[in-house]
Design a protein around this ligand. Structure first.
Ligand SMILES: O=C1O[C@H](COP(=O)(O)O)[C@@H](O)[C@H](O)[C@H]1O
Length: 229
């Protein structure tokens, strides 16, 4: 079962996640000389990333990457890379090494092999995977009812190209295998709608129905969840 942290205020939750990420990265650097952090996109992580940027003094030994990406130009407002560059990778945090998911290929399916090679070159297991969750129970870009979902749940690859059934843009996503090849999974849940989905997910059931169960219904990797209004 995940360890839950409850907050009434989402800003306080975001600040607490940032502190927890920073201390975990510092421990990883002290132990292994390098720390790795894979971030989700969307709306939820913005305050975490803004707070985290100033929470660590030395970013030079940190590798930052993504959990998923929309196959759009990195200047597009929907780009998760843009979110991370605009929020986290500012000031001293610009010294971190950022590994993008998006490359120059024309679409996510054509780009997946090069992205897979980039991700295979990272030092696994990653130290932290920060997950979000959509109101449909998707995490990363493992969407319920996507035609690639079974492969995303069972593949031994690290990455998969995905066409979301009801969301814009082709995606590249970490697979379930990659998500569970991490030392820590942190999950951010804010708002009543997501809390309802989260409660359904931890009650058990098929992972295909609510893919966030990949992270919640397993014992291999410790999971911490920050829940706020
Ligand atoms: O499309 C995505 O959605 C989820 C949830 O995003 P949010 O805007 O509801 O916070 C996110 O975790 C994922 O990385 C993103 O690409």
């Amino acid at each position: 079962m995940p360890t839950e942290h409850h907050f009434t205020d989402s800003a306080e939750a975001a600040a607490d996640i940032a502190i927890r990420i920073a201390t975990t990265l510092e421990q990883a650097i002290a132990t292994r000389g390098v720390a790795t952090l894979a971030l989700s996109g969307g709306r939820s992580p913005r305050p975490v990333l803004e707070s985290l940027s100033a929470s660590l003094s030395d970013w030079r030994k940190v590798i930052v990457t993504l959990v998923d990406e929309r196959w759009v130009d990195p200047t597009d407002p929907d780009s998760n890379e843009k979110l991370v560059r605009d929020t986290l990778l500012q000031g001293p945090a610009a010294a971190a090494r950022f590994v993008p998911m998006k490359n120059a290929a024309a679409d996510a399916y054509l780009g997946q092999p090069a992205a897979e090679a980039d991700f295979a070159a990272l030092p696994w297991p990653l130290d932290i995977i920060l997950l979000g969750m959509g109101d449909d129970g998707h995490t990363a870009s493992l969407f319920p009812q996507a035609k690639e979902l079974d492969e995303g749940l069972s593949s031994s690859a690290l990455t998969i190209a995905v066409t979301p059934p009801a969301a814009p843009h082709q995606r590249l996503s970490l697979t379930a295998h990659a998500i569970l090849s991490s030392r820590h999974i942190f999950l951010q849940i804010s708002g009543a709608a997501k809390k309802t989905v989260y409660d359904r997910a931890i009650a058990g059931g098929p992972v295909e129905e609510l893919p966030i169960r990949v992270a919640l219904c397993q014992d291999a990797v410790p999971v911490e969840v920050w829940i706020s209004q």
